[in-house]
Design a binder for this molecule. Structure first.
Ligand SMILES: Cc1cc2nc3c(=O)[nH]c(=O)nc-3n(C[C@H](O)[C@H](O)[C@H](O)COP(=O)(O)OP(=O)(O)OC[C@H]3O[C@@H](n4cnc5c(N)ncnc54)[C@H](O)[C@@H]3O)c2cc1C
Length: 367
């Protein structure tokens, strides 16, 4: 039996506990917030359940869906589940990912089709701009990606971005059903408190310390300081950015953040029934609007919308730039064995919930 410390009680920390506790290890989980779940915790506003952003579940692996579904019964969205992008210069909403059939409805259809015929394909792309221009041509890139991505990261040019993990599911131009990511398993918990019961169930056999901050790290010696005392472990699972646990040894990593606005409207439903959220690719300051009812099926005469505005106030999106990715690699290489850096911040990757569960299942299966 090993003494294991898990730092952070978001999805990544809870999955680690779920995988490690049944093996008989002595697992301690430390979370600085007064609740488990991190970014996927459900709150309420005016009775409406919501998370900060959609937190919609997606995976390509049935076993990943089933792993969650076992403890957190999940509603599947096989069809009737779509996302749109507003393109102001066309005064139109189009599906996202960009759909081949909708090019025929665009005012600059002929130019786009001519550009598509000339596209070399993304094999030789060196950055996000080239990835899109080589895949769909400059006009579609300008409409759907250029402004959105620069707004999202607060940058001058998408040539700065070398990690195409940000490209939604690797799909540049879609054909077939218009429902977004129809090739992936998609869903959301049935419960009105979303994923919250999973976080409790996953950690039931761990010693959970909420409202607890780690004051100092001595990762080389598997020690952390809490309330003035050092505690030593056999193995550490960290879901924090490695710059924190290695005390800025290689300098800071950059992040993008979000401000979240909540707006209740006096209508039962604001978006068409099949539309779950909207992207805005123009000069407006926000990137996305989500209608929470679409996920929670909460029955009320009003509806709650969440609006996401890029911000520098919090660290939610790891930067997909070469300089930052190289620096992150230095941190990971400096970690001793038996220290696992997992989750979105720990791996400094644009991971979603499905990826986080998959990572937890794969990394801790043999620990
Ligand atoms: C706006 C937004 C919308 C998203 N929407 C979706 C979506 O629709 N679908 C999807 O699949 N994914 C979505 N994601 C991604 C998904 O939410 C993340 O992949 C997932 O929540 C990451 O889990 P995590 O445990 O790695 O991190 P977190 O949820 O951030 O958890 C980290 C935990 O560590 C705690 N912590 C931090 N510092 C300390 C410390 N010093 N000591 C102790 N504890 C600490 C935090 O309080 C937090 O609870 C979205 C992300 C964002 C930002």
């Amino acid at each position: 039996m090993a003494r294991i410390l898990i730092i952070g009680g978001g999805f990544a920390g809870c999955i680690a506990a779920d995988m490690l506790c049944p093996k008989g290890h002595d697992v301690t989980l430390v979370e600085q917030a007064p609740f488990l779940g991190g970014g996927c915790k459900t709150f309420t506003y005016g009775g409406h359940p919501y998370t900060l952003g959609p937190r919609h579940f997606l995976t390509r692996r049935e076993e990943v869906f089933e792993f969650l579904n076992r403890k957190c019964p999940m509603r599947r969205y096989d069809a009737g589940h779509e996302f749109l992008t507003y393109i102001e210069r066309d005064q139109q909403f189009y599906h996202f990912p960009i759909h081949r059939d909708e090019i025929d409805e665009m005012p600059d259809r002929d130019k786009i089709l001519a550009e598509l015929a000339e596209c070399p394909g993304a094999d030789k792309a060196r950055n996000l701009e080239e990835y899109w221009v080589f895949s769909v041509g400059p006009t579609l890139y300008d409409k759907f990606v250029d402004g959105y991505s620069r707004k999202m990261w607060g940058i001058e040019s998408n040539t700065e971005i070398v990690d195409f993990g940000f490209t939604p599911k690797g799909v540049a131009l879609k054909t077939g059903p218009k429902a977004a990511w129809s090739e992936a398993i998609s869903g959301f918990p049935y419960a009105l408190n979303g994923y919250d019961d999973y976080f409790t169930a996953a950690t039931v056999d761990a010693k959970v310390h909420l409202n607890t901050t780690i004051e100092d790290f001595d990762i080389a010696n598997y020690r952390v300081k809490i309330a003035g005392e050092w505690h030593t472990y056999d193995l550490i699972v960290s879901t924090l950015s490695p710059e924190i646990i290695l005390k800025d040894a290689f300098g800071p990593l950059r992040w993008a953040g979000r401000d979240f606005l909540k707006i209740v409207l006096p209508v039962k439903e604001a978006l068409p029934p099949e539309i779950f959220f909207l992207y805005y690719a123009n000069a407006e300051p926000f990137t996305r609007i989500v209608e929470y009812k679409k996920f929670y099926h909460y029955d009320a005469p009003t509806t709650l919308l969440g609006i996401e505005i890029p911000s520098k106030k919090n660290k939610l999106y790891p930067f997909p730039m070469k300089e930052d990715q190289d620096r992150h690699r230095q941190y990971i290489e400096a970690l001793p064995e038996r220290v696992f850096s997992v989750g979105r911040s720990g791996t400094y990757r644009y991971l979603d919930v499905g990826n986080i569960i998959e990572q937890g299942m794969d990394v801790f299966r043999d620990v």
